[in-house]
Structure formats: structure tokens, C-alpha cells
Design a protein around this ligand. Structure first.
Ligand code: HEM
Length: 403
């Protein structure tokens, strides 16, 4: 018994020493920040005050660059705009990798689900990103406009029917259905009835990925005790399965994507001019990927030039997207395309309802465009400066994504 107690004491001391080492990273580097707790890091303060207020207080106290611990995870918080510019642009090649979507997942080169454009590290990210970027050139966006317009017309039908009944409804849900409709059509060439089907299983499964609560006890356990991380992930998946009528949402959505891929591969007539096809037909000249990363920005016409250059180069090594990269990236596009835009639209609508004068100005700008005999389409809406300001301000006030 005494031996057991002695061993237990040694184990506890070693464990505490390990945690002390983990939570001393910033001190060793001379980076200021709030004093971490040996068990929780700084997570309790974050939970108590909320991340935004907490960050504000820490920045006031410790300066524009500080370090804190999200459980056992060291986080470097940078709020100096010049330093951020260096990280995102000038020195981007040193900061190419990003954090995983969920704070408790980690990139795993052996896991096929990790192989999306959102998670891939270094050169693999650059390769896949170079393949995807041409989807968002101005020419491609114009091609998609017809599909987007027909989805918006469907949404207007739904809104009209509700207005006639004088019903109250949740605008966020309406926008989620709209963006799901748009992304499935423009990225995967699939027609769904998501806008009109109140029980859409596609929407139910996708929504589950965004049921987030920063105080989620499962996430807390995984962050504070990394040993239980995998167990916590399994538990999260199990709960999501229960909420999705007994089907694992990830498996269900990736299963749907796999079926579309299979159809495209086996039936040449199913071929479409969309993002999925671009990935399936992908080939990239690996040497040519040593490009300026800023050229990978969506809507950048430079990309079209790069494409032309790529076609001329035939003697270099060609790299295709792997099956895992295609499936995982298609899944990410489905999630990213749906959630961000619907959140942005919902907040913009909320702000317009709160600021009637702004709504009136915007209405007048659009009305004048139509009175000049122009249609509301990709080219013309890009020439509405007030609309641009409204959207930018809404994104500034309520960003749908934080980095
Ligand atoms: C208002 C709408 C949107 C917002 C606010 C938004 C925001 C963001 C942000 C902040 C990032 C991370 C950038 C970084 O780490 O440097 C990102 C990445 C990404 N977004 Fe969006 N996004 C929006 C719409 C979309 C749409 C419609 C799609 C797909 C059709 C999409 C697909 C992606 C993808 C694939 C990435 C990863 C890109 C990469 O790793 O190269 N996003 N988005």
C-alpha cells in the first residue's frame, strides 16, 4: 500500500512538473500574459468573462502581443496591425499553416478527413489551393450567377408566401437554406429541395457542425486534459449522431459527396463546369506553384494568367489532387460556403432593420440601378458603392469567422 501511495505521489509530481513546463512556454520566451493556472491554463477567465472582453482586458494590461493558455494549448494573441500584416502577407511563407476548425482536433497526415484545403500544411496546401482558386475568377463567378439568381428567386417565393400569411419566421434559417441551395448547385451541380423542405436531412446534418458553445464541457475536458482528447472527439461524434436520427453527420455528408464523385467518374454526361469537376480534372504543375500567395486570392484575374502559363508548361511534374483531398475539400466547401454567407446575410438584415435610414438609402441605390434599365446581376451589383459599404460594415461589426 505504501509503495502504491509513493508511486502515486511521484506520478502526480511528474504530471504537475510536465504541466508547469507546458504553461511556461511564454515566460521562457519573454512574452507577457496572464498567469496560467496549472490545471486550467487561462480558460476559466475566458469562460467567465467571454473571449472578447477577456482579450480586450488582457491587451490593455499586457500590450498588443501576449500569450495565454487555452487549457494546455498556448495561444499567441497579436493585435498589432503592422505585425499582422507581416504575418499574413510579407512573411506568410513562415505562417502558412492554420489551426484546425475545431479546437480539439489536430491535423493528422494519415487521416483522410484531415486532407482538406483548410487543414493541409505547407506545399500540399499551396497545390490544392492553386487548383481551387480558378473556381472564383470573375469569369467563373459570372457563369454561376444564373444558378444563384434562380435560388434567390426560390427564396423570394418562400418569403412572399410567408408575408401573405403574416407569419413570423427566423431569417437565419431562410438564409441557411438559400446558401445551401446555392453551394450544392454551384459547387456540386446537385439540385436539392432544401429551400422548401422543412425537414431537409441535408440541412439538419450540416447545421450540427455549427452547434458550438465555447463553454462546451466536452471541449473543456479535451483542452484541459489532452490525454482524453480522442475520447472527447468520439463523444462529440456520438452526440451528433443521436441528434441526427442515428446517422453520423460527417459520414452521411461525405457519403453523399462520394456518390456524386462516383457518378461523375462513371458517367461522362454527368460532367459539369463546377468546383467539383475542377478538382476531379485537376492537375497542377508543381514547380509553377512557387507563386506569390497573394495571387491565390479569390476573384483575382492573375489566376487566369497563371492557368494559361500552366497549360504552356508541359515538361514539369504534374500533381493531381488525391481522393482524400478531393473528398475532404468538397466537404469543407460545403460547410464554408453555407455557414459564413448565411451568417453575414442574417446580420446584415438585422442591421438594416435596426437602421431604417440606411435601409432606405440602399433601397434607393438599387431602385436607381433598375430605373436606369439595368438588371441586378453579377457585373451591376459590383458597381453599387453603398451596398458595398453596407456589407463591409456588417462584416466588420459581426464577422462570421474569426482567425
Ligand atoms: C461572408 C462570407 C465568408 C466569410 C466571412 C469567409 C471567411 C473566411 C476566412 C476568415 C477564412 C480563413 C482565411 C485565412 O485563414 O487566411 C476562409 C477560408 C476559406 N473559405 Fe471562406 N468565407 C466566406 C465565404 C466562403 C464561401 C462562399 C466559400 C466557398 C464557396 C468559402 C470557402 C473557404 C475555403 C475553402 C477556405 C480555405 C481557403 C484556404 O485554405 O486557402 N468561404 N473564409
Amino acid at each position: 500500500m505504501e509503495v502504491f501511495i509513493a508511486l502515486l505521489c511521484v506520478a502526480v509530481v511528474l504530471w504537475l512538473a510536465w504541466r508547469w513546463k507546458q504553461t511556461s512556454v511564454f515566460k521562457k520566451l519573454g512574452i507577457p500574459g496572464p498567469e496560467p493556472n496549472l490545471i486550467f491554463g487561462n480558460i476559466l477567465e475566458l469562460y467567465e468573462k467571454g473571449p472578447i472582453k477577456c482579450h480586450e482586458e488582457w491587451v490593455k494590461k499586457y500590450g498588443r502581443v501576449l500569450g495565454y493558455y487555452y487549457g494546455m494549448k498556448p495561444v499567441l494573441l497579436i493585435t498589432d496591425p503592422y505585425l499582422l500584416k507581416d504575418i499574413f502577407i510579407k512573411d506568410f511563407n513562415k505562417f502558412i499553416n492554420r489551426e484546425t476548425f475545431s479546437p480539439i482536433h489536430r491535423y493528422n497526415p494519415k487521416n483522410p478527413h484531415s486532407q482538406s484545403v483548410l487543414n493541409l500544411p505547407g506545399q500540399a496546401w499551396k497545390d490544392v489551393r492553386s487548383i481551387l482558386t480558378p473556381t472564383f475568377t470573375v469569369a467563373k463567378m459570372k457563369q454561376m450567377a444564373g444558378s444563384i439568381n434562380s435560388s434567390v428567386d426560390n427564396m423570394l417565393d418562400v418569403l412572399q408566401a410567408r408575408a401573405q400569411k403574416g407569419e413570423e419566421f427566423e431569417i437565419f434559417d431562410t438564409y441557411q437554406r438559400l446558401t445551401m441551395d446555392v453551394i450544392t448547385k454551384t459547387a456540386f451541380g446537385i439540385q436539392t429541395n432544401v429551400q422548401k423542405d422543412p425537414k431537409s436531412s441535408l440541412l439538419r446534418a450540416t447545421k450540427l457542425f455549427f452547434v458550438t458553445n465555447y463553454k462546451d464541457p466536452i471541449v473543456l475536458v479535451a483542452l484541459v486534459f489532452p490525454l482524453f482528447r480522442r475520447l472527447c472527439i468520439r463523444l462529440q461524434e456520438f452526440i451528433a449522431m443521436l441528434m441526427n436520427n442515428g446517422k453520423f453527420p460527417h459520414k452521411m455528408l461525405v457519403g453523399g459527396i462520394k456518390k456524386v464523385i462516383q457518378l461523375r467518374r462513371t458517367n461522362p454526361e454527368a460532367k459539369k463546369n463546377d468546383l467539383l469537376q475542377l478538382m476531379l480534372d485537376s492537375s497542377i504543375v508543381v514547380d509553377a506553384t512557387e507563386t506569390d500567395v497573394s495571387k491565390l486570392e479569390a476573384g483575382n484575374t492573375e489566376v487566369e494568367k497563371l492557368e494559361a502559363e500552366k497549360k504552356e508548361t508541359t515538361d514539369k511534374k504534374i500533381r493531381k489532387m488525391t481522393e482524400a483531398e478531393i473528398q475532404a475539400s468538397a466537404f469543407v466547401v460545403l460547410l464554408a460556403g453555407y455557414e459564413t454567407t448565411s451568417t453575414a446575410l442574417a446580420f446584415t438584415t438585422y442591421l438594416l432593420s435596426k437602421h431604417q435610414a440606411v435601409q432606405e438609402n440602399l433601397y434607393q441605390e438599387i431602385k436607381e440601378l433598375i430605373e436606369r434599365g439595368q438588371k441586378l446581376e453579377y457585373a451591376s451589383i459590383n458597381k453599387l458603392p453603398y451596398l458595398d459599404k453596407v456589407l463591409n460594415e456588417s462584416l466588420r461589426m459581426y464577422p462570421p469567422v474569426h482567425l
